[in-house]
Design a protein around this ligand. Structure first.
Ligand code: PGA
Length: 249
């Protein structure tokens, strides 16, 4: 049985004051969440403070990216070892904003993924199609190629050590959620593709849905057989909403 994971992607939001309120609120209410694991992915600079504020509460910590290199002359990058020092368990990799706004290629994403695993950090690998691609009926091809880049680099066993997040680009931050059926169809495609390579990996891997998930639509999405959690942007910035998604699992 796959455990549900609800991960908050705070993106480039917040201030020292607002993240203290946010994580305090999540801490206070975390006892109400019993059927899901919860994680937060703050901006890099807030990770140490969030670590302190989490204390011994059952809230995992993740980063929003990770360097593909171990150390050295890579201005602006953060290494897996650094993230480990501050207790990061997860790293979001290949988010569509990194792909489209910052030009991260499949090859770079595959290298970041490999370095996360090498450092003992669980990648949350994001895949997903644009609206144009969906309308052109190439969703499976696009998502398949995004997965193949990582499988080609690290092998199918590596997928068994990661979390996948299916995030249709047209649903991110738009308030337009994929319907439970639309999301389930792509999740089933992903699991089927993995099953053709290794059924054990396919059965075990958590596949999260991301894209305007909120307390109003979470229960229906999370009830789908191949949806094992959520990667939450906007609704993870309010403790009550984030917790409500967790309790609807
Ligand atoms: P959203 O973002 O929930 O605000 O749509 C999801 C994501 O980008 O991970």
């Amino acid at each position: 049985m796959r455990r549900t994971l609800i991960a908050g992607n705070w993106k480039m939001n917040g201030s020292l004051a607002s993240i203290e309120t946010l994580i305090g609120g999540i801490r206070d209410g975390i006892g109400s969440v019993s059927n899901a694991d919860m994680a937060v992915c703050p901006p890099f600079v807030y990770i140490p403070r969030v670590r302190e504020l989490i204390g011994d509460a059952p809230i995992a910590l993740g980063s929003q990216n990770i360097c593909d290199q171990a150390s050295g002359a890579f201005t602006g990058e953060i290494s897996g070892a650094m993230l480990k020092e501050f207790g990061c368990r997860y790293a979001i990799i290949g988010h569509s904003e990194r792909r489209s706004l910052y030009g991260e290629s499949d090859a770079l994403i595959a290298a970041r993924f490999a370095m996360a695993l090498e450092t003992g950090i669980t990648p949350i690998l994001c895949v997903g199609e644009t609206l144009e691609q969906r309308e052109a009926n190439v969703t499976e091809q696009v998502v398949g190629e995004q997965l193949d880049a990582v499988i080609g680099h690290s092998g199918i066993d590596a997928i068994g050590q990661c979390v996948i997040a299916y995030e249709p680009v047209w649903a991110i931050g738009t308030g337009k959620t994929a319907s439970p059926e639309q999301a389930q169809a792509v999740h089933a495609f992903i699991r089927g593709k993995l099953a053709a390579l290794d059924t054990g990996v396919a059965d075990a891997v958590q596949i999260l849905y991301g894209g305007s998930m909120n307390p109003g639509n979470a229960a229906e999405l999370l009830a789908q057989p191949d949806i094992d959690g959520g990667l939450i942007g906007g609704a993870s910035l309010k403790a009550d909403d984030f917790l409500a998604i967790g309790t609807s699992a």
